[in-house]
Write a protein that binds this ligand. Structure first.
Ligand SMILES: NC(=O)c1ccc[n+]([C@@H]2O[C@H](COP(=O)([O-])OP(=O)(O)OC[C@H]3O[C@@H](n4cnc5c(N)ncnc54)[C@H](OP(=O)(O)O)[C@@H]3O)[C@@H](O)[C@H]2O)c1
Length: 271
């Protein structure tokens, strides 16, 4: 990209994106400059040492020196920080926000109609380079610039463009869903332990089974339904388990949980 990418707020998510992106850049000749800022200087220095990013001196310093500004602050911190960010922001810069409930329209209210704005919704597997990040842009972000920005998010997993209207759905399908999946893994582990497997082994067996099943969905052509049918031999063990899940409406329960996450997301955005 050959520019300066500034990360304002480098905690769990902002830090994971910076780490993933920096790791992917090492050795690249056209690598952009990376800048970061947070108030805790110890944590900032440690992250800069780890990633090769330079530490900015303040919010204003970071905004002024960045061509692409990635905001990794919490939603409730926007009201306090946007005036300072806006004062140093110019229309040649591109603003990226990952905050739940902070809309492109809210950001436009500060930085203006002509500003280039991208809104993203990553998920916590970003910490292990397996995020799925939804990326929305406003009309001011051209294709070439958008592609360059997508590279940042591809460094932490997959990234897909979606209309901003779909952001609530994204929260249900990928933002919050690692938690539902952990519950499923938890249950597999508990049952395996109950049947005599040592806890550490149960953890590996359960998690690897979920990882493998997810890979079959992503890498093959068959639908999840067909994949399920394929493993259910007549009168076999899997079919017995699937019958119980059907009877208890496992899929219906997951959908109900999904709907609750979507409803909360809408509520948080004031819709
Ligand atoms: N975690 C997730 O699963 C997830 C998923 C999708 C989206 N998000 C979004 O990602 C954003 C960050 O979440 P997180 O979990 O990474 O939060 P976090 O770990 O608390 O990180 C927030 C960062 O902002 C910095 N910060 C706060 N006030 C600041 C200020 N006045 N000046 C400069 N830096 C400041 C904090 O550092 P100091 O306190 O040192 O200043 C910290 O580095 C949120 O908006 C959230 O909605 C998170």
């Amino acid at each position: 990209m050959g520019k300066t990418i500034g990360f304002l707020g480098v905690g769990n998510m902002g830090g994971a994106i910076l780490r993933g992106y920096a790791a992917g850049l090492s050795g690249s000749s056209d690598a952009p400059q990376l800048l970061a800022y947070r108030r805790s200087t110890d944590k900032l220095d440690a992250l800069c040492k780890e990633t090769g990013a330079k530490a900015a001196e303040s919010v204003t310093d970071l905004v002024k020196r960045s061509d692409v500004l990635v905001l990794g602050i919490k939603p409730y911190q926007f009201e306090e920080l946007m005036p300072e960010i806006t004062a140093a922001f110019t229309q040649d810069k591109l603003l990226v926000s990952m905050a739940a409930g902070i809309t492109i329209s809210y950001l436009t209210g500060y930085v203006g109609e002509d500003a280039k704005i991208v809104r993203i919704m990553p998920n916590t597997p970003a910490m292990v380079g397996e995020a799925i990040t939804a990326v929305s842009r406003n009309a001011n972000v051209g294709d070439e610039e958008f592609e360059a920005v997508m590279e940042i998010f591809r460094a932490i997993g997959r990234a897909e463009e979606v209309d901003e209207d779909l952001i609530h759905c994204v929260i249900g399908v990928s933002g919050s869903s690692p938690a539902y999946t952990y519950m499923y893994i938890e249950a597999l582990i508990n049952a395996a332990i109950r049947h005599g497997m040592p806890a550490e082994k149960a953890r590996v067996f359960a998690a690897q089974a979920v990882l493998g099943a997810a890979k079959m969905v992503l890498e093959g052509e068959e639908s999840p339904e067909q994949l399920r049918i394929n493993v259910c031999s007549p009168n076999g063990t899997t079919l017995k388990a699937v019958d119980v899940l059907m009877e208890k409406d496992f899929r219906g329960i997951v959908e109900e949980a999904f709907d609750a996450a979507v409803a909360r997301s809408k509520e948080m955005s004031g819709e």
